[in-house]
Design a protein around this ligand. Structure first.
Ligand code: M6R
Length: 600
């Protein structure tokens, strides 16, 4: 979602801001802007559309060594030049960028801005105008900023510039992510570490309800009472090359290809010195001893959670419920006596999941976050964290994080199973190794996937994915992949459920992708395929070696059936990729979507 970059130092701020914003593009946005300051004043450039379009309107002749930049994912007001950030106060003295949602902006407008004509439809503009109102009452900028922050309800990461003090950027955060990065003769702020890697890899995290005074020589963090806070800094373990596409045309393709590597990395990270799978600290016992586990997640992570439920129940014998975070938050089920909450989130910043985490912590329950981003909000605020070790995932469509989540959940379930006196009847390390090899073979068969995409998805407007058991969960993920990047309406269905209504939508040529990797339901899913074929569907059966049948379109290499989701999802990711590509869609940055959904 929206992204912020700020720089104050000695080099050309424009270029640093634009490059930083390019690194935040993956989060999803529909307009962008920067403000840079020099002796003539503050210069604002903004544009609807991509950073490339913003670059065209930035005046190359404006020299500056300080500025703030923003990518906007519209919430209040349509994507437009007018609503794009930065926003300025009525006098033009204050310039501000903001991520998040100010819930009480209407009340603030009524209370403070009766005499101000707002130029945009955004909640953000209200903030910068209120700051100016406080200054007009005699407060200095820092105090006006603090007083304004005390009035705000909702989520925000903010960077503010004062035309009368161009040596300082004022920033603040509540719920929306924001980091401050340190350098020699400069300092930076950014929504994530990737945007600052071009200049520094040393950064500190800001906590909710903190404000920071940033100059080129100093970073002062304060709470909203004005007390100075100390904060350790970290070195980002990211290599700038981790976040480059290299020779790939799209991040999604690169990240799909990286899955075998990620599998091997996970096996390595979760093995002890004797080669035995282990998870840190008391995490496994928290799982083994819980009387019920609640997995809370959104989107792709939710789909991974469904697979994880099966592992934890089958292997560790602990009951599991999987919940969509945005529903759980407002409609909490009756909880068991000794629950453990598992938050699954690639980014670790998803606002819907975080809202649940805050609720369950207030209730005094234990929480484990499984995430790809160390130090992310969900990781910091949970009792325990397990990392996915997938490396940065930039494409909006999640691929390697999904398979990493499933692998980590499998490892967690197997270790908890052992604690509960249950033993797996197969060697998980060996089988995950076989999965990695299978993934390698699958990503090498791109021509085949491209042909399937051409045959099934060139002209269609809708599609169905059917499967039973674990295959059903993968179908949910396969259909999400297809719809989010190719805009084909696609639904994942339990094979047996289609005939209870939705089969009415099947007509001549409707594509139906069926997964057949589970022996105990193989005959049933094949029966379901026959049902749709009898009504004109165009079937594409993807089966597991050993279960294949005449006419199957693609046969997956043999892997342990429990781990089949790790293999069967790969063709679905690639088919979605090629379908989107051939339909001329922007694969890595699909319309209306954000990588990190930081508003509820
Ligand atoms: O970062 P998270 O895993 O918490 O994100 C959850 C969803 O927003 C995310 O998985 C989304 O569904 C992806 N775009 C799917 O590809």
């Amino acid at each position: 979602m929206c992204g912020i970059v700020g720089y104050i130092g000695q080099n050309d701020a424009k270029e640093i801001l634009l490059k930083g914003l390019e690194k935040l593009e993956y989060r999803g946005y529909d307009s962008a802007g920067i403000a840079v300051a020099n002796e003539e004043g503050v210069h604002v450039f903004k544009e609807k559309g991509r950073i490339a379009e913003l670059r065209e309107v930035v005046d190359a002749n404006v020299a500056s060594s300080a500025g703030i930049g923003h990518t906007r994912w519209a919430t209040h007001g349509v994507p437009s030049h007018l609503n794009a950030h930065p926003h300025q106060s009525a006098s033009g003295r204050f310039t501000l960028v903001h991520n998040g949602v100010i819930e009480n902006y209407v009340q603030l407008t009524r209370e403070y801005l009766q005499d101000v004509t707002l130029k945009s439809d955004t909640d953000t503009e209200v903030v910068v105008q209120v700051i100016e109102q406080f200054v007009s009452r005699g407060l200095d900028t820092e105090e006006a900023f603090r007083q304004t922050l005390l009035q705000l309800k909702g989520s925000y990461a903010i960077a503010l510039f004062d035309n009368e003090n161009k040596e300082t950027i004022y920033v603040a955060k509540n719920k929306s992510p924001l980091l401050v990065g340190f350098g020699e003769d400069f300092n930076v702020v950014a929504s994530d570490a990737m945007a600052m890697l071009q200049v520094t890899n040393e950064y500190a995290e800001l906590m909710d309800k903190e404000m920071v005074i940033v100059t080129k020589d100093e970073v002062i963090i304060k709470n909203l009472d004005g007390d100075i806070m100390t904060r350790p800094s970290y070195i980002a373990e990211l290599d700038a090359s981790d976040i480059e596409k290299g020779t790939y045309p799209h991040y999604m393709l690169k990240e799909t290809d990286e899955q075998p590597l990620v599998m091997r990395k996970i096996i390595q990270e979760y093995q002890d010195e004797n080669g035995k799978l282990s998870v840190a600290g008391d995490i496994a016992s928290a799982v083994a001893e819980a009387d019920r586990i609640y997995i809370v997640a959104c989107g792709t992570s939710y789909h991974a959670g469904l697979v994880g439920k099966q592992y934890i129940e089958d292997w560790a014998k602990v009951p599991v419920e999987v919940h969509v975070a945005s529903e759980f938050s407002y409609n909490m089920p009756l909880l068991s006596k000794k629950p453990l909450f598992i938050f699954l989130s690639q980014s670790g910043e998803t606002a819907d999941s975080r809202a649940v985490l805050v609720q369950v912590k207030e209730l005094g329950h234990k929480a484990l976050t499984i995430t790809n981003v160390p130090g992310s909000t969900l990781s910091r605020e949970a009792d325990f964290t397990l990392l996915l070790h997938a490396g940065p995932e930039i494409a909006v469509a999640s691929t390697k994080a999904y398979t990493a989540q499933i692998a980590v959940l499998a490892i967690l379930a197997s270790v908890a199973a052992e604690l509960n006196g249950q033993s797996l009847d197969f060697d998980l390390v060996k089988e995950l190794g076989i999965v990695a090899n299978a993934m390698e073979a699958l990503v090498d068969q791109k021509d085949e996937m491209e042909q399937i995409a051409r045959d099934f998805f060139t002209v269609t407007r809708n599609a169905f994915f059917i499967g039973r058991g674990l295959d059903y969960y993968v179908c949910l993920e396969g259909s999400l992949k297809l719809k989010e990047i190719s805009y084909i309406q696609a639904e994942g269905f339990a094979g047996g459920e289609l005939k209870h209504g939705t089969i009415a939508l099947i007509e001549e040529g409707t594509p139906v992708i069926a997964l057949a990797t589970q022996e105990h339901v193989n005959l049933s899913i094949r029966g379901n395929v026959k049902e749709v074929v009898a009504r004109g569907a165009n079937p594409c059966v993807i089966s597991l070696k050993g279960l294949e049948d005449e006419g199957d379109r693609f046969v997956l290499p043999a892997v342990h059936p429990a781990l089949a989701p790790l293999a069967s999802v790969v063709p679905l990711q690639l088919i979605a990729y090629y379908a989107a590509l051939h339909r001329g869609c922007d694969v890595d940055k699909p319309r209306n979507l954000a990588k990190s959904v930081t508003v509820e």
